[in-house]
Design a protein around this ligand. Structure first.
Ligand SMILES: NC(=O)c1ccc[n+]([C@@H]2O[C@H](COP(=O)([O-])OP(=O)(O)OC[C@H]3O[C@@H](n4cnc5c(N)ncnc54)[C@H](OP(=O)(O)O)[C@@H]3O)[C@@H](O)[C@H]2O)c1
Length: 201
C-alpha cells in the first residue's frame, strides 16, 4: 500500500514509519522535516500536500499541536492553536484527502487519553482530542467508495516522558504504539476510537 504518514518525523510518527516501511511504500510528511512538508493549520497547505502525493491507499496522522497549561493561564489563542491545528488540521486531512484516496482507502487519526481521562492542565487538549474522536465516529457514517476512518488514542509515550524528565515506566514505548496504527490500516474496522493500551500487540 502507498501510505502517507503525517507527523512522520515525530516521536510517534517515526516509530510508525519504521513499522510500516517493512511492508508498505511510505510517504514521510513533516512540518519542517520529512520528504514533503505541510502545515496542518492551513487548508491550502493540505491541498498542496495531496496534489503532490497523488492517489494513495492509507493516511496516518500522528501530528497536531495543542497547549498543555493551567486553565487560568490559557489564552484565547492557546485554545485556537489546538482547534485550528490538531482538530481542524486532522479533519482537513480527511476532508481534502478523501478526494484523492483510492477506493477502500483508510484514514487513521490521533487523539489521546486526555479526551476521557483529563488531568489538571489539559483543559485545552481534552476538548480537542474529544472533538477528533467525534469527527471520526460521524464521518465514518458518510465515507464512500469503501473508505474507512479510525482514531488511535495513545497514552503517554515512554520516550515523551523521558524527554520531559519523568519516569518512563508508566508510558507505552513508541515502537509498541506503532503496531496499533498498523493494525488500523491493515485491518477492517471503521469509525472506531482505539484505546492503544487495550489494542497494543
Ligand atoms: N507523545 C505522547 O506522549 C502523546 C500521547 C498522546 C497523544 N499524543 C499526540 O500524538 C501526536 C504526535 O505526538 P508526538 O509526541 O509524536 O509529537 P512530536 O514528537 O512533537 O512530533 C510532532 C510531529 O508533527 C509534525 N508537526 C508539527 N507541527 C505541525 C504542523 N503545524 N503541521 C503538520 N505537522 C506538524 C512534526 O514535524 P517536524 O518534525 O517537521 O516539525 C512532527 O513530525 C500529537 O497530536 C500528540 O498530542 C502524544
Amino acid at each position: 500500500m502507498k501510505v502517507v504518514v503525517v507527523g512522520a518525523t515525530g516521536t510517534i510518527g517515526s516509530a510508525i514509519v519504521e513499522e510500516l516501511e517493512r511492508r508498505h511504500d511510505v510517504v514521510r510528511v513533516g512540518n519542517t522535516r520529512g520528504q514533503i512538508n505541510v502545515d496542518l493549520a492551513s487548508h491550502e497547505s493540505i491541498e498542496a500536500l495531496f496534489a503532490q502525493v497523488g492517489p494513495f491507499d492509507a493516511l496516518v496522522s500522528a501530528a497536531g499541536e495543542a497547549k498543555f497549561a493551567p486553565l487560568e493561564k490559557l489564552t484565547n489563542d492557546d485554545f485556537l492553536l489546538g482547534f485550528s491545528n490538531k482538530l481542524l488540521g486532522q479533519i482537513n486531512l480527511v476532508r481534502l484527502g478523501m478526494l484523492t484516496a483510492r477506493d477502500g482507502g483508510s484514514f487513521t487519526l490521533t487523539s489521546g487519553v486526555l479526551a476521557s481521562e483529563p488531568m489538571p492542565g489539559s483543559s485545552a487538549i481534552s476538548p480537542v482530542n474529544a472533538g477528533v474522536e467525534g469527527f471520526v465516529r460521524a464521518s465514518a457514517l458518510e465515507l464512500t467508495r469503501g473508505m474507512r476512518i479510525n482514531v488511535v488514542s495513545p497514552p503517554w509515550v515512554s520516550e515523551t516522558l523521558t524527554a520531559m524528565g519523568m519516569d518512563p515506566s508508566g508510558g507505552m514505548p513508541a515502537k509498541r504504539l506503532a503496531t496499533v496504527y498498523a493494525g488500523c490500516l491493515e485491518g477492517k474496522q471503521n469509525g472506531q476510537v482505539i484505546d492503544a493500551r487495550k489494542a497494543a500487540r
